[in-house]
Every structure is written in structure tokens, then in C-alpha cells.
Design a protein around this ligand. Structure first.
Ligand code: ADP
Ligand code: MG
Length: 218
């Protein structure tokens, strides 16, 4: 398994004490598998992705990424794992405005010490970014910026990709095209993908599908 989530609990402080968001969530992903995660707004989808990505800590339960239990890891090891094994793609593209497209694409792989220029060039071409490498993010459309974010993530060869409504900021036609490219490239690289979406049609294109409701996976 690339990812195993077991009985994860998470609450946040509210006005009248702690409010449980995740009440014992379990799921798992094998190598190369793609899984859609749906759920109403506020059901805890982003919270779950943050926990898996090591950006926040569980209250209880365990999360294993690429064979390593992250909930008991120290912060340094967890960030190292995040850099090398996990890739995240958000709705906001989070590109670095002062870097060219090419440097943005290389950024994460360089941080993790695993930059492969040929791999980066192949991904850039597959995503139609070949003519834009020396531009800055502000000169690109939203769809192109999200393609840069996808190329940046996949260039680092993560075993697990976490995507939180990655096409939520794009118009429908662009969203569908970017999603298709992302699914194809993720499958080509053999990474597992856990993607939050609010679209049932997107969920259907992904194969497996789980729904988060009342703090549980259904
Ligand atoms: P979703 O992504 O499914 O829309 P979220 O995971 O963002 O839902 O949020 C789930 C619930 O947890 C919401 O009620 C939200 O207000 C709360 N929440 C999320 N993050 C925090 C936080 N850092 N501090 C306090 N409450 C939070
Ligand atoms: Mg969310």
C-alpha cells in the first residue's frame, strides 16, 4: 500500500469545546490507484488531505505513507517525506511568481534532491508547456498555471499525489482537459492519486470513489 489511513480522528476547537471533524476515517490506496474523495463543504476533505500530507497532526489513529508511519514522526522527517514521496496540488496553483515556468517546474524536485531534466522536459511537453518555459507565471492563463503546478509535482516523482479540487478554479472545458492530462500522466508515472472533487462526473472518471459524511467514509 502506498497509503493507509486507519481510524483517524481530528477535532478543531469551537466556541463550545472541540468540534469533531473526522471521527474515525480509514482508507487505503495501492500503487497506481486513483481514488476520488467527495463530501459536502465542511465535511473534512481538506483536513484529511492536510493530515495525510503531514501539514497537520492527527488526534488519534495512524497514517502510513510509502511504508512509513507519519503520525509518530518528528517534524523534520515528516517534511523530508513530504518532499520526496508526496506531491500536493491545490486549487490555488501556488507558483512562485519570481521564478520562470521552467524553474517552478524544477523547484520541488530540486528541494528533494531528485531533479531529472529529461523527465521535467517530457512532462512539460505532455502538458503543452514547451513554448512557455521562459515565461513567468503571471503571463499564463489559469489552465496553464495549473499545468505548471502539475508538472512541478510530477517532476519530483512522488509515490502519492494529493489533489484538493485542482481544477476548481478553471472553466469547465479547461478543467476537463487539465484533469484528463493529469490522470493520464499520474497513471504513466505509476503514482497513486487521492483527489478531492465536488463533481460526480469527475469522480466517475477516477475509478474508485469514497464519500466523507458526518466524519466517516461511506
Ligand atoms: P472541506 O474541505 O470538506 O470543505 P475542511 O476540511 O476544510 O472541509 O473543514 C472541515 C471543518 O473543519 C470545517 O467546519 C472547518 O471550519 C473546520 N476546520 C478546518 N480547518 C480548521 C482549522 N485549522 N481550525 C479550525 N477549524 C478548522
Ligand atoms: Mg476543502
Amino acid at each position: 500500500m502506498v497509503l493507509t489511513v486507519q481510524n483517524v480522528m481530528k477535532s478543531f476547537p469551537g466556541a463550545d469545546g472541540d468540534v469533531p471533524v473526522l471521527r474515525g476515517v480509514s482508507l487505503s490506496l495501492e500503487r497506481g490507484e486513483t481514488l476520488a474523495l467527495t463530501g459536502e463543504s465542511g465535511s473534512g476533505k481538506s483536513t484529511l488531505l492536510h493530515l495525510i500530507g503531514g501539514l497537520d497532526k492527527v488526534d488519534d489513529g495512524s497514517i502510513t505513507v510509502a511504508g512509513r508511519e507519519i503520525t509518530s514522526m518528528n517534524d523534520r522527517d515528516r517534511s523530508a517525506l513530504r518532499r520526496t514521496e508526496v506531491g500536493v496540488i491545490f486549487q490555488q496553483f501556488n507558483l512562485i511568481p519570481s521564478l520562470t515556468v521552467e524553474a517552478n517546474i524544477a523547484f520541488q524536485a530540486r528541494l528533494g534532491g531528485a531533479f531529472d531534466a529529461d523527465h521535467a522536459a517530457r512532462l512539460s511537453r505532455a502538458l503543452g508547456l514547451g513554448d512557455h518555459l521562459s515565461k513567468y507565471p503571471e503571463a499564463l492563463s489559469g489552465g496553464q498555471q495549473q499545468r505548471v503546478a502539475i508538472a512541478r509535482t510530477l517532476t519530483a516523482r512522488p509515490k502519492l499525489v494529493l489533489a484538493d479540487e485542482p481544477t476548481g478554479n478553471l472553466d469547465e472545458a479547461t478543467a476537463s482537459e487539465v484533469l484528463g492530462q493529469m490522470l493520464r500522466l499520474v497513471r504513466e508515472t505509476g503514482a497513486a492519486l487521492l483527489m478531492v472533487t465536488h463533481s460526480q462526473s469527475v469522480a466517475r472518471r477516477m475509478g474508485r470513489h469514497v464519500h466523507l459524511s458526518q466524519g466517516h467514509v461511506v
